[in-house]
Design a protein around this ligand. Structure first.
Ligand code: NDP
Ligand code: 8X3
Length: 251
């Protein structure tokens, strides 16, 4: 039987590349995000390859998360793979001048949103005693960097949840693992710098960053391992990046 994967944040970057890569492998897809036009476009594209259902909701909206996932048609209800990917950084600056709205956005989306979606999906996995949760963390969830403060905290929380989910879901044979990327060129920096394209472009200046497809490749590898293999925690960096703060740039 075809496996069903639900991907949050499928309208852009890593989530969209993952949707495309899983479609090639004939996974049935539930694509989530707020931008309905992009969901429709991707559904149109990937429906040539596999069955696709879209769900438009904001992961911050607890009621919408539960109602929308509950509304899935019968043939999409049994979710085998959950890719908890939706998230962003909002701002980059010292804690003393941080914007409280930015802090709340990161905690509400990256942490609480991941929890709401997981809470909506996990009961079915527990009942069926099978499933696979992939949490998209970050190098920022393994080491902090100056001005990263609340974004790093939200990703450290994802790392903690990844470990605890794996323990709590162990009796049910559910696989849980994290993928922690370094610099990937997506819309991430445009969001972080609120549309300041020059500042966003500077992040990747003088180096070859990862592409979203590089992460998608690894996700395909992770979900296609035999069921007794659980890839628990991976960090993937561009060759030019040695740590959150050490990056080799050509000038
Ligand atoms: P993008 O900005 O390209 O994609 C972010 C995705 O998250 C979009 O599809 C967006 O959809 C979705 N999203 C954001 N906010 C919400 C929300 N409130 N409700 C629902 N969906 C939301 O960034 P990336 O692809 O780079 O980011 C994906 C994940 O990878 C994030 O968790 C990020 O932290 C992580 N990551 C990224 C790295 C990078 O360097 N790019 C490195 C390490 C980790 P929409 O706007 O349509 O709702
Ligand atoms: C995104 C990578 O280094 O900008 O999680 O925090 S970084």
């Amino acid at each position: 039987m075809l496996k069903t994967a639900l991907i949050t944040g499928a309208t852009s970057g890593i989530g969209r590349a993952t949707a495309r890569a899983l479609a090639q492998k004939q996974f049935k897809l539930i694509l989530c995000g707020r931008r309905e036009d992009r969901l429709a476009e991707l559904q149109n594209e990937l429906s040539q390859q596999t069955q696709v259902h879209t769900l438009a909701f904001d992961v911050r909206d607890k009621a919408a998360v539960f109602a929308t996932i509950e509304s899935l048609p019968q043939n999409f209800k049994d979710i085998d793979i959950l890719v908890n990917n939706a998230g962003n950084a909002h701002g980059l600056g010292p804690i003393q001048s941080g914007d409280v709205d930015d802090w709340e956005a990161m905690i509400d989306i990256n942490l609480k949103g991941l929890l709401y979606v997981s809470k909506a999906v996990i009961p079915g996995m527990v009942e069926r005693k099978s499933g696979h949760i992939i949490n998209i963390g970050s190098i920022a969830g393994k080491e902090v960097y100056p001005n990263g403060n609340v974004y790093c905290a939200s990703k450290f929380a994802v790392d903690a949840l990844n470990q605890s989910m794996r323990m709590d879901l162990n009796p049910f044979g559910i696989r849980v693992g994290a993928i922690n990327p370094g610099m990937v060129e997506t819309e991430f920096s445009q969001v972080r710098f609120k549309g300041d394209t020059e500042r966003a472009a500077n992040v990747y200046k003088g180096l070859e960053p990862l592409k979203p497809e590089d992460i998608a490749d690894v996700i395909v590898f992770v979900v296609t391992r035999p069921y007794h293999v659980n890839i628990a925690d991976l960090m993937i960096l561009p060759t030019a990046q040695a740590s959150a703060t050490i990056v080799k740039r050509e000038v």
